[in-house]
Design a protein around this ligand. Sequence first.
Ligand code: WT7
Length: 647
Amino acid sequence: MSESILSVLDETRVFQPPYNDRTAFQSMADLQAIQQEFSENFEEKWRQLAEQNLQWRKPFSVVLNESKAPFYTWFEDGALNLSENCIDRHVQQGLGDRTAIIWEGEPGDVRRISYQQLLDEVCRAANGMKQLGIESGDRVVIYMPMIPEAAITMLACTRIGAIHSVVFGAFSSHALRERIHDAGAKLVVTADGGYRRGAVHALKPKVDEALECNCDTIEHVLVVKRGENPVDWQAGRDVEWRALLDAQPAQCEALALNAEHPLFILYTSGSTGKPKGIVHSTAGYLLWAHLTMTYSFDFRPAEDVFWCTADVGWITGHTYSVYGPLSNGGTTLMYEGVPTYPDAGRLWKLCEDHAVSVFYTAPTAIRALIKAGDAWPEKYDLSRLRVLGTVGEPINPEAWMWYHRVIGQDRCPIVDTWWQTETGGHMLVPMPFAVPTKPGSAALPLPGIYAAVVDQEGEPVTEGGGLLVITRPWPSMLRGIWGDDQRYIDTYWRKFNHRYYFAGDGARIDQDGYFWIMGRVDDVLNVSGHRLGSMEIESALVSHPAVAEAAVVGRPDELKGEAVYAFVVLKQPATENLKSELLKHVTQEIGAIARPDDIHFAENLPKTRSGKIMRRLLRDIAAGRDITSDTSTLEDQQVIQQLRDQP
Ligand code: WT7
């Protein structure tokens, strides 16, 4: 258990929600009242919400179909179009001039895109993709920097029923290839590059490299020119974005798609080697993206400027940089670059310059900015901020307090949102003007969400920790793992006999019913709010010729939450540059985010008699603590001493 979690366990501070008479949920009683409505008639309540908040082409009659559980479906006989819900319906209501996207590039260039302009551009992009042969159901991989074209491409896919799969731009060409291959994608949309720390980080060469093998399904590569980087155009395959779009009409019929039509695939790490393609559906996902904007952020589309700092390569970027704010007809801010470039005041400057009122970021960013000192936020006018959110990992109470005091000026509620790629949107959240907050706790399930902490047998635990489960289906739940139904069942449903969704997190419930997340219970690391599979990094290490065996664990880290710590057994004695070579190798295989912070050359790894690596023991060694785990099953007791002697 990391130190931050230990300090969370004896956290007792409670902050009352600020009074706000304009919000739908003003007190715990309001939350309890809607929960009560759900409990009395679960499906009826979801029916009302889906009818009132989405624009349907064909109304649905079935709310939830459980007959193929755990392959649940929602609103399954309805039809709608996501881009129409996110754009056209606002334009039809006369909001065409409202700003949909404010974008700022790292060098400081700004673009404001109105809903009308967004509609035109999305239509051109959709028509362009059709011209490249993309049809409903085809997969489109998006490998882009944070530029408006990333959001435009996502929306254009939804307009014609193409299934997008965004791959984070910092992933390597190997990782990109693996995802293109798994998804069987027909098109890659990319850019020459994007600005990072003052220079253009090239993307197109990584696409070229990825497509060298195992990507036969790819027919075209569509390239946005962002950074004046030279592009090696491959005739017949590569197409330039502007040239393609300028030749298209700005109208494109939005396809009426079934509610369950796959909307996107997003790859995330699991406890085994291969990333899982999490599949989300159209209507259920959109409904929850839409509603949680109000529930969690009290979002007011006509007046707020919403900024979620996540890259669209992650689920947070999908739901809260793009779909949630736009579905509500609001204004979302996108920023291209590094948060500390050119200095540690950049985020706060962006907040001032664009009058950001709802700000959503990760604890790791907060911790880095605390280190930079209070003088940076104090230089800027943050008076427009009214709600602050965090996501991705447990927030340590001290970081919470700083966020509350220095950024929120004791005025803004802090919403600590617990959720996952798989849940599509928020699950546990202290609703900002209704629920008292406790630093480090994600508080309570949102309306319509049913969560519990149970023991290994699925029985609720009241004292101490247990496993976090979701006990009833919800509209934005994942629909499966792309191409692997069995893995979907095994990962999320087998553990509790298909009764509960198993989240993979440990948690505790306190006397007020508040949830305290204690981190993953599987072999998944959380590095700077990003999920990394230890087996994935191990496979990358083992694929290097010098490595015989590897075990990767997380080590508590003040800034990143967890750091990657690798134990490596070599085939022959280490050469001088081997460590740096291995680091480079992991970066090539997965990406810089997976690069170990420490490599520990070991003679042997501690294993049980049945040959399983004892990761818990390795975690203790990595953290430099006393061994807390039971070592009686350890095959060779000397291994511990050896590991301690040769750090
Ligand atoms: C895992 C999901 C969902 C967006 C970002 C990450 C951890 C997420 C919190 C939080 C404590 C959190 C969990 C979860 N996590 N939010 N507020 N408090 N832990 O998405 O990559 O799918 O990772 O992130 O361990 O299972 P993801």
